[in-house]
Ligand binder design. Structure first.
Ligand code: NAP
Length: 246
């Protein structure tokens, strides 16, 4: 079992709020220097960095729209800002554009696939070289309970999240002998901006745990998968869903 190299950096995409911000804080608490990526919410990202620094951790906010296609430039920006290679990559940035398939536009299909799936592939591909060289790497893709199972009105989102899980398994098999693990975390119904308008009593009653999850509960699973302890866990999907998929 290998240990995390001293200068290792973690990149969390979409870390200005919600689940991503909790993941950034949890990884920083575990000693990772963390790149807090954001697209539009600079104040949110700066607040995450300040909270990490207040606890004695290291973090920098990094502006980039992951849909711009230039994963190499983002990784370079992170490495220059934090002084080491990205050896933990958390593909968390995501959006939802819901509608039933009959009415779903090409644009809403493309935006969801182009934000939730394609950047995760490009960032994974372009960070693997450093990970393989270090013989240490952790890729964690934030998927969803939606994808492995249906949710009417989310065919674009389900396709992206199921795609992430398929990609996770395949790349995990490709790099397993190199000390690099690739896993997915599938949250259920978590209290963030993304779900703020959806949280009805009816939905919550359908969750076996009878409550929404917190971003911190998802972050705890990511923290484990990023740790040295999880070196033999690869290609799997860890559900954090209060029993929704049971
Ligand atoms: P959220 O509160 O809406 O936060 C989304 C984050 O993604 C923000 O930091 C946003 O950045 C960032 N983002 C969006 N588009 C981006 C882009 N093009 N480039 C860079 N960053 C971008 O959502 P959340 O609930 O925390 O969701 C985080 C992840 O968990 C998503 O992948 C989501 O699909 C997944 N998930 C959430 C739930 C849930 O119940 N909440 C359940 C299952 C899975 P800015 O704000 O700076 O623009």
């Amino acid at each position: 079992m290998s240990a995390r190299p001293e200068n290792a950096v973690a990149l969390v995409t979409g870390a200005s709020k919600g689940i991503g911000s909790a993941i950034a804080k949890a990884l920083a608490a575990d000693g990772w220097a963390v790149a807090v990526n954001y697209r539009s919410d600079e104040a949110g990202a700066n607040a995450v960095v300040e909270a990490i620094e207040a606890e004695g951790g290291t973090a920098k906010s990094i502006h980039a729209d992951v849909t711009n296609g230039d994963a190499k430039a983002l990784l370079k920006q992170v490495e220059e800002a934090l002084g080491g290679p990205v050896l933990a990559l958390v593909n968390n940035a995501g959006v939802a554009r819901d509608n039933i398939a009959l009415q779903l536009t090409d644009e809403d299909w493309d935006v969801v696939i182009g934000t939730n799936l394609s950047p995760a592939f490009r960032l994974t591909r372009d960070s693997l070289r450093s990970m393989i060289k270090a013989r240490y790497g952790r890729v964690i893709n934030i998927a969803s309970v939606v994808g492995p199972r249906a949710n009417a009105g989310q065919s674009n989102y389900a396709a992206a999240k199921a795609g992430l899980i398929g990609m996770t398994k395949t790349i995990a098999a490709e790099v397993a002998r190199r000390g690099v693990t690739v896993n997915a975390v599938a949250p259920g119904f978590i209290a963030t901006d993304m779900t703020a308008e959806l949280a009805t009593d009816e939905i919550v009653k359908a969750i076996p745990a009878r409550r929404q999850g917190t971003p911190e509960e998802v972050a705890a699973a990511v923290r484990f998968l990023a740790s040295d302890d999880a070196g033999y866990v690869t290609g799997t999907t860890l559900y954090v869903d209060g029993g929704m998929s049971a």
